[in-house]
Ligand binder design. Structure first.
Ligand code: BYC
Length: 341
């Protein structure tokens, strides 16, 4: 129902005077491909009405829709704490943050729609368990410090991953990312600030922070995806200018940026192999538990079933809003037609 103009048929484009997407025939396909390759090589942008190879379109739909799903499922672990926030100030901040994540989902679904997929199809894939979303949201948030740690580490990892996406070769995704990154930056800071306050509090508060860091650190490192040698899509994604930096390089950048922040905060990162390597100019670190990661990615993490059930219920409970919006739009359309007649 929310599909944007890209998915209208070509004759509708002709009637509206809009440029139709060039159709590749066997004769001109090579020329269109050459144009596409040249634009990518020159670091140019591909826009919705430009010709693009099917595989590029499919990769983008896959990545952008997974990203959108992550944003809206990501609302759930923090949303659970809105009614239990320790002060009015923290409650207001958390409500604003969770709303922002919903907004990010909307920008991203809209960006994916420009590739000719419908929001209904994307949501159906999520709700039926066919689609992936970030593994990090399949773990429980057990205490208030988890909310701060999500801001500091989860949003921190998201920013590290998403800043290069602001230069993604697909225009609508890149533009959506600019705004998302600005908001994520506020999210990261509010989380870090909440933790700084807790670390200056009682021993029980400091223990809560350390416990949340211990449970989240490794899951956060896994947000960057499998190691480069096991990453299915990285090399093609990088050739197409969708991904700019590999999974392992982004993970390393995140670790290097986060260790000094942990020192200022006064928490220990739960990795005995974490130490500065002067020769490499980076922190060495231990290995992620990849079996556990794939279990979670494939639907068998501690909270996968609960998160999906909550999401499906929220969608079903909202059916009346979608119906009312459609009825209102139809009423307006009828009125506009009457006035035009
Ligand atoms: N979790 O070949 P690879 C946020 C999948 S949310 C689950 O390396 P790719 C926030 C991957 O999809 C931020 N699945 O893939 C919200 C692929 O599966 P398929 C979310 C994962 O695409 C609320 C397979 O494993 N950010 O900011 O080149 C509150 C092979 O992987 C994961 C994004 O989505 C994972 N961790 O690279 C707070 C950013 N890792 O499709 C914060 C956009 C991998 O073959 N996405 N998989 O079935 C990306 O940058 C990339 O998709 C990834 C994976 C780096 C995640």
């Amino acid at each position: 129902m929310y599909t944007q103009s890209f998915s209208v048929p070509d004759d509708a484009d002709a009637k509206s005077g809009l440029k139709a997407v060039p159709k590749a025939t066997s004769e001109n396909e090579a020329a269109l491909m050459a144009q596409f390759d040249a634009r990518i090589a020159a670091d140019g942008r591909i826009e919705p009405r430009d010709w693009m190879p099917d595989a590029y379109r499919k990769t983008l739909v896959r990545q952008i829709s997974q990203h959108a799903h992550s944003e809206i499922v990501g609302m759930l672990p923090e949303g659970n704490w809105i009614s239990r926030a320790p002060s009015l100030k923290r409650k207001c901040i958390l409500i604003a943050k969770v709303q922002d994540e919903g907004g990010h989902g909307l920008y991203l679904y809209s960006a994916a729609e420009t590739l000719g997929t419908s929001r209904d199809d994307m949501l159906e894939a999520l709700h039926s368990g066919r689609a992936k979303y970030s593994s990090i949201f399949n773990y429980p948030t057990l205490n208030w410090a988890d909310v701060g740690v999500i801001g500091w580490l989860v949003d921190g990892a998201a920013i590290m991953n998403q800043i290069p996406l602001c230069r993604c070769s697909y225009g609508p995704y890149a533009r959506a990312m600019v705004r998302v990154c600005k908001e994520e930056s506020f999210h990261q800071r509010q989380g870090y600030e909440a933790l700084l306050v807790m670390m200056k509090g009682s021993q029980a508060q400091r223990d809560m922070v350390q416990d949340a860091v211990n449970r989240t650190w490794w899951k956060c490192l896994a947000m960057f995806g499998p190691s480069d040698k096991d990453s299915l899509h990285s090399s093609q994604g990088m050739k197409w200018g969708i991904k700019r930096i590999s999974n392992d390089d982004l993970r390393q950048k995140f670790i290097d940026a986060t260790v000094p922040q942990a020192e200022v905060l006064g928490v220990t990162l739960p990795d005995p192999d974490l130490k500065w390597n002067a020769e490499r100019g980076h922190y060495d670190h231990g290995e992620i538990d990849w079996d556990e990661f794939w279990q979670t990615v494939n639907g068998n993490g501690p909270m996968n079933r609960e998160r999906l059930a909550t999401r499906v219920k929220a969608h079903d409970d909202g059916a009346w809003v979608r119906e009312a919006a459609l009825a209102h739009a139809e009423k307006q359309r009828q009125r506009a037609m009457k006035e035009a007649a």
